[in-house]
Design a binder for this molecule. Structure first.
Ligand code: PLP
Length: 382
């Protein structure tokens, strides 16, 4: 049985063209970019080419891109690195951030920072009134994601940066889930720092980036050989960086088609979900990613449904894939005010340009059967 992959927000398959451009840097072109010889020069040129590709995708200059090993590292670097050069004041982050933002944010408390969460509304979008109320206190740094990984809800970043400007606070955005799915422009958003990750857009694992405004003074997380202008020491993962650059260029080129295709499939999916009486989270009145649908059925655990669907040939996620070894209900849904029982049932389908109408049709038929079966089992148990 060929399992259908509906978990692209977790990680996307490597694009074949990306693999092609990476292969020479894993074989014959194995130079270290700091070496003076031809192998080193070639590796260095390739890294710089990729840097320009990443920069172009988000509308900045190449010199503003610092390569990291992951989105997680870039988020940690942004929060610790920017806060590290400021006198402690207040740091704000939204209540729906990925743990690789919330955990380094909370860790700032040990350095004398006051760390507070900004609420979201029932659609999963930032509560701007709450942000403005919190901003009455002196604030150094705000981190709000561009798109949520679970609901797909897009956040009002331009309103955040406008509010922050009045209070002279720096704004970081985790754009890991937005890249390749919606247009992302660093300066249109008005942010000071932006996190990107390669493997969510058809690039390889092992590459990410922090994009920085030129006025931002940031401390490195890693000290050593002084690569990335001293901001991220460690020999560059040349093949992964080259792949990340290529994936950005491809994603940019295919963005319009991607959006049309995934929007169509998601509408088909959600029409079916409504017929099955699922609760679809954050879908109405919210601007969101075109590929993501997050839903639940009363009295069915998300983990149970995901396992049943896996056996039936569909790979989907329960709650957040990045914290799937925990049995806690989705913190994103709890922040949106969803009751705990329903939040425990959350299942996420995240589509790609490679999925088809037929796959969604078969999925809906399978889901209907599994929901019926699991509900019958719950009724027997009760
Ligand atoms: N931020 C968000 C919103 C994510 O969804 C993820 C991964 O799922 C990350 C950051 C972490 O990125 P990476 O897997 O590159 O460390």
């Amino acid at each position: 049985m060929n399992t259908v992959y509906f978990d692209h927000n977790s990680t996307a398959a490597l694009h074949p063209q990306v693999l092609e451009v990476m292969l020479p840097f894993m074989t014959a072109q194995h130079g270290n970019p700091t070496s003076r010889h031809v192998f080193g020069r070639n590796a260095r040129d390739a890294v710089e080419y990729a840097r320009a590709q990443v920069a172009e995708t988000v509308g900045v200059q190449a010199s503003q891109v610092v390569f990291t090993a992951s989105g997680t590292e870039a988020n940690n670097f942004a929060i610790r690195g920017i806060a590290g050069n400021l006198a402690p004041s207040q740091m704000l982050y939204s209540s729906i951030e990925h743990p690789c933002v919330s955990r380094p944010a909370l860790a700032l408390q040990t350095n004398g920072w006051q760390v507070n969460k900004i609420k979201v509304d029932p659609h999963g979008q930032l509560d701007l009134e709450h942000l403005n109320a919190l901003l009455q206190r002196p604030t150094g740094l705000i981190s709000v994601m561009l798109a949520n990984n679970e609901t797909g809800a897009l956040q009002p970043l331009t309103a955040v940066t406008a509010a922050a400007k009045q209070h002279k606070a720096f704004v970081h955005t985790d754009a890991v889930q937005a890249l390749g799915k919606v247009p992302v422009d660093f300066y249109d958003l008005g942010v000071h720092a932006m996190t990107l990750s390669s493997h969510k857009i058809g690039g390889p694992l092992g590459a990410g980036a922090l994009v920085l405004d030129k006025r931002v003074d940031i401390q490195p997380l890693l000290l050593g050989g002084g690569q990335e202008k001293g901001l991220r020491s460690g020999t560059e993962n040349v093949a992964a960086i080259v792949g990340f650059g290529a994936a950005c260029a491809i994603a940019q080129q295919q963005l319009a088609d991607y959006q049309t295709h995934t929007t169509l499939l998601r509408s088909q999916l959600e029409a079916g979900l409504h017929q099955l009486k699922a609760t679809v989270f954050g879908a109405e009145n919210a601007q969101r990613l075109p590929n993501t649908s997050f839903f639940a059925f009363h009295h069915i655990e998300g983990e149970t449904l995901v396992t049943a669907l896996d056996k039936a040939g569909f790979a989907v996620a329960s709650g957040s894939a990045c914290s799937s070894d925990s049995t806690e209900p989705s913190h994103v849904l709890l922040a949106m005010g969803v009751e705990e029982e329903l939040a425990r049932g959350a299942v996420r389908v995240s589509l790609s340009a490679h999925n088809t109408v037929q796959q969604v049709d078969t999925f809906l038929a399978t889901l209907a059967q599994e929901v019926k079966r699991l509900k019958a089992m719950t009724a027997i148990a009760a």
